[in-house]
Design a protein around this ligand. Sequence first.
Ligand SMILES: NC(=O)c1ccc[n+]([C@@H]2O[C@H](COP(=O)([O-])OP(=O)(O)OC[C@H]3O[C@@H](n4cnc5c(N)ncnc54)[C@H](OP(=O)(O)O)[C@@H]3O)[C@@H](O)[C@H]2O)c1
Length: 213
Amino acid sequence: MKRPHVIVNCASSVDGKIALVGKHPLKLSCEEDMARVHRLRNECDAVLVGIETVLADDPKLTVKEKYVPGCRQPLRVIIDSRFRTPENAEVMKPVAPTLIVTCCREFKRGHVEVITCGDDRVDLSALMEFLHTRGVKKLLVEGGSTIIWSFLKEQLVDKMMVFFSPLIIGGTAPSIAGGEGAESEEETIRFELQAVERLGNGYLVTLIPRYAQ
Ligand SMILES: NC(=O)c1ccc[n+]([C@@H]2O[C@H](COP(=O)([O-])OP(=O)(O)OC[C@H]3O[C@@H](n4cnc5c(N)ncnc54)[C@H](OP(=O)(O)O)[C@@H]3O)[C@@H](O)[C@H]2O)c1
């Protein structure tokens, strides 16, 4: 299958949580990590998140000039089977092109394109092929928890980068990878550790899934 090179990036607490209990957002990246993420976005052709991240965080998913002078704006891709993206969401604003991937609607209005890909859940493999034909060579997956699990489970990830912030959230807060999870050792997703580096107040871990080697 021809697909983009896929990098997963997220910021986590040391207990592996990526938001507060109840999915409430929390800034986990320090300034140094923010700069790294914006440089990474600038290198990618598209940035992808799940609909629950749009509803919880209302992210812009753009590259800030402050971090990358003369930046370009990647395509913003939202995984949203039932087309729940609010009209007034930041990703609907015309500062960058947006692709909403649903299982129910297809239309194009200005900078927003809505497509169908899958029957009741977005078919991520088919979407990867579609993005490749659209010229997306490098894709950044920024979450959330359920989307990261699906990408890993479907063996669509080439590299994973996690910034660990020195705090603990605990409880039922969403973790780096949610979804169904592994019920047996065989179902776990194994990585090779590529790098660990100190970054600002935390540390950045770069992992390569074993299936990608
Ligand atoms: N710290 C970080 O770096 C970071 C980054 C991003 C997000 N977050 C946090 O993550 C949380 C949201 O994560 P989440 O797990 O609730 O939601 P999510 O991963 O953002 O979105 C999941 C939703 O995507 C849709 N979907 C459609 N097809 C799918 C497929 N094939 N596989 C997986 N999902 C599919 C489903 O909704 P439909 O059925 O309606 O389509 C599903 O519920 C928020 O609290 C946010 O703050 C943290």
